[in-house]
Design a protein around this ligand. Structure first.
Ligand code: ADP
Ligand code: MG
Length: 291
């Protein structure tokens, strides 16, 4: 019997660290001996950049615009440690649905049975989480990805995007859609970032799968066009990405989250806002006790 290919999707607000986290995750999974494909589904098309020394690859949509028939081999490029890199791409500026690249690329690979032919262990979709059209929901809705993770910092807009994603997951959860594996808490280190994320996951009945600090090592690696796993393999940050990779490799049980209504989310955020203000004004201690 053919082995089961694990397919996961990483969502999150633009600029929150999805591609950075996904590329380090792919690199760490490849170190575990797994055959990995990273599938960039952001019209920005820079998902796999640091797996290829800062070089960009032609996207599926660009290639389709040039040639009438495209073979999967034309759009799959090898990256760090044998990772297969794909970028779905986006429409011409101002034209069409930005999610079309995902639909087209997924269809192409399905027809040509690419995942089976490459004998993959894991496919990771890196998807823009400010879900604006149906295309971005494809990995969830069609159940292509089995497990979804969201990258979020403790900033409100990022939590807001995650909460919207939870609504999408909940909506398709009864019709074979993907379920939520948890939150990858990124850019930790600012005051109360952990507490805020912990409170949000408790309220929405999910979990933090890994806390990833904001780190200058990540910046340095990116400037060299590499993942931290490749550029700084012995760093503490690389070990955190390895820990994330182990958890995701072993992850089996995803769940339907309980997103907050927008009014609840606002009230929740306002409570944290008031609290942080009181801390700043010295009205409560950092342990939360009133002075
Ligand atoms: P996205 O894919 O969500 O749009 P990126 O992965 O491109 O976001 O990250 C945006 C910027 O944030 C990049 O310059 C990246 O290096 C930086 N970044 C992401 N995570 C971290 C981190 N943990 N520490 C430092 N910089 C980070
Ligand atoms: Mg990205």
């Amino acid at each position: 019997m053919a082995k089961k290919i694990k397919q996961i999707a990483i969502y999150g607000k633009g600029g929150i660290g999805k591609s950075t986290t996904t590329s380090n995750l792919s690199a760490a999974l490849s170190e575990l001996g797994l055959k990995v494909m990273q599938f960039g589904c952001d019209p920005k098309s820079d998902s796999t950049n640091t797996l290829r020394d800062g070089r960009y690859i032609p996207t599926v949509l660009d290639t389709l615009r040039e040639k009438s028939t495209v073979k999967a081999q034309d759009v799959i490029f090898e990256g760090y440690n044998g990772i297969y890199c794909v970028e779905a791409g986006g429409p011409s500026p101002g034209v069409g649905c930005a999610g079309r690249g995902i639909i087209t690329a997924v269809e192409l690979f399905k027809q040509q049975k690419v995942f089976e032919a490459l004998d993959l262990d894991i496919v990771i979709y890196d998807v823009l989480g400010d879900v604006v059209c149906g295309g971005f929901a494809v990995p969830i809705r069609e159940g292509i990805a089995e497990h979804v993770f969201t990258v979020s910092s403790s900033d409100f807009m990022s939590i807001y995007a995650s909460n919207n994603l939870f609504k999408g997951i909940q909506k398709y959860s009864n019709s074979g859609g993907a379920l939520l594996g948890g939150v990858i808490a990124n850019s930790m280190g600012t005051p109360y970032s952990r507490e805020i994320i912990d409170d949000f996951v408790a309220k929405t009945q999910t979990q933090v799968i890994e806390y990833i600090p904001r780190s200058v090592t990540v910046t340095q690696s990116e400037l060299q066009g590499k993942t931290t796993i490749e550029a700084a393999p012995t760093s503490a940050q690389a070990n955190i990405y390895r820990s994330l990779a182990r958890k995701i490799a072993e992850h089996t049980e995803s769940k339907t989250p309980s997103p907050l209504e927008i009014s609840e989310l606002r009230a929740w955020a306002a409570k944290w806002g008031d609290y942080l203000l009181e801390v700043e004004q010295g009205k409560v201690t950092s342990q939360g006790q009133a002075i």
